[in-house]
Design a protein around this ligand. Structure first.
Ligand SMILES: Cc1ncc(COP(=O)(O)O)c(C=O)c1O
Length: 431
């Protein structure tokens, strides 16, 4: 009955977002993908094929072909025939959807097999899957946070972590400046002192939560340092300090064998969260930890208990992706990803652009100006390249950037093509 009033409210809020420059606007709809034969065969391009273009994407209502530089499917597995076959076979065997939540009748053999594979892949006692990594974070953090918990979080943590902390009721929340280990240590030291002198709120458990890879910048949390600092102070709290990393962008894209930031920093956190929907090319999220923690989460986490899991066929597809990742081909794909990333980063630097160097395929081009970022994004689009422009208020003023994401299905020619376009932009930005 009052929908008209709600319509007015929503319209004025949308107007406010537009004025702030925060409106995302219409979505680009991918209508078709063309992939060269080597992609269809599940191979990487040979030397000759590396001289031609990789897959191209077509948008609805637009005949131009685009090079997709803003996909998280880093290893190119969403187009891999083995993954596609695994998913198709899953549909044949179990149908298209789970039909119920896990504890009713929604647990299928592929779900259980996938959980075992994920636990083994990350060398943990146990793992459980959720419908998405967002749902995993929302399902894990509030379940482990109570009125005696202190939560400490990196300033640039993903929105799912921010929201999960907001929707829980800790004794205290603290945020440290991005990657600033001195501040993390200072916070822990302050609370440890307070615990000794019985002043301040009674903190029994501390959760230190971080992204593994930070998706806007492609930089990573120094898990080894974080865990080292936490060890130093854990005896000051009755239930110790628990380290949690969401490595959704790291798993499958970072570290020699794709085990993410833990592998890169040679250090394991207590609880690892990641997605099946980025480098693994499928969909869904998961948490890997000790058997009692997973058992407890299964029994208590509302996002697990009251929401359908991924489809059995998606679970089959994810197992297919892990099979590839653990094979020689997985190592080759990771190596290809690294070499294309290095080529692109070096090319950017040679052209005089600012970037944040690193092995992760997220490569930011720091523009540091909102207007120029929009101009460059338009230029890239006009030249057949889809990338993501990040401007204020998504990133702080002065940190405006264009985020490029390299993909193992791309070729050397693709990377050189982007660099050519960027070079032309420097000469003739308005053409
Ligand atoms: C750190 C982090 N966590 C969670 C997510 C959400 O992943 P999903 O699409 O599986 O919910 C993302 C996606 O951008 C992410 O970067």
């Amino acid at each position: 009955m009052s929908l008209k009033q709600l319509d007015l409210y929503c319209t004025s809020k949308l107007e406010e977002l537009k004025e702030k420059g925060a409106l995302k606007g219409s979505e680009k709809v991918i209508a078709k993908i063309t992939a060269p034969n080597w992609v269809k065969r599940g191979k990487l391009p040979d030397t000759a094929e590396d001289k031609i273009f990789g897959p191209r994407h077509f948008l609805e209502g637009d005949e131009n072909a685009y090079l997709l530089m803003n996909s998280n499917s880093y290893l190119g597995l969403s187009l891999h025939p083995m993954v596609i076959d695994a998913e198709e076979q899953g549909v044949q065997d179990y149908g298209t959807g789970p039909g119920a939540v896990r504890f009713i009748s929604g647990t299928y053999k592929p779900h259980v097999e996938l959980e075992k594979r994920l636990a083994a892949f990350h060398k943990r006692e146990s793992a459980m899957i959720f419908s998405a990594a967002y749902a995993t974070v929302m399902g894990v953090l509030p379940t482990l946070i109570d009125e005696h918990t202190l939560v400490i979080s990196d300033q640039l943590n993903h929105n799912s972590i921010i929201n999960a902390i907001r929707s829980s009721h800790p004794a205290k929340k603290e945020i440290y400046q991005h990657l600033d280990m001195k501040v993390l240590e200072r916070i822990l030291g302050t609370y440890a002192n307070a615990a000794n002198t019985q002043s301040g709120p009674k903190i029994e458990r501390v959760l230190v939560v971080t992204d593994g890879i930070f998706s806007m910048r492609g930089d990573h949390a120094p898990l080894d340092e974080i865990v080292g600092i936490c060890h130093k102070y854990e005896r000051n709290f009755a239930e110790g300090i628990i380290t949690i990393a969401d490595d959704s962008h790291g798993v499958g894209a970072f570290g020699k064998t794709g085990r993410g930031t833990e592998e890169y920093t040679q250090c394991k956190v207590d609880i690892l969260i990641a997605t099946l929907g980025k480098a693994l090319g499928v969909n869904g999220g998961y948490v890997a930890a000790s058997a009692p923690v997973i058992e407890y989460l299964r029994e208590t986490s509302p996002f697990y208990i009251y929401s359908n899991p991924i489809t059995p066929s998606e679970a089959r597809a994810a197992i297919g992706s892990i099979d590839i990742l653990e094979s020689d081909e997985g190592l080759e794909r990771l190596e290809k990803l690294r070499s294309l990333t290095v080529r692109f980063e070096n090319g950017l630097t040679e052209l005089g652009f600012e970037t944040i160097p690193g092995e992760h395929p997220v490569t930011p081009l720091l523009v540091r100006d909102t207007k120029k970022t929009a101009q460059l994004i338009q230029y890239l689009l006009k030249n057949g390249i889809l990338a993501t422009g990040l401007s204020y208020p998504v990133v702080p003023k002065g940190d405006e950037e264009i985020r490029f994401q390299i993909n193992a299905n791309q070729t050397i020619r693709d990377i050189d093509f982007i660099l050519e376009v960027l070079k032309n932009f420097l000469v003739r930005p308005h053409s």
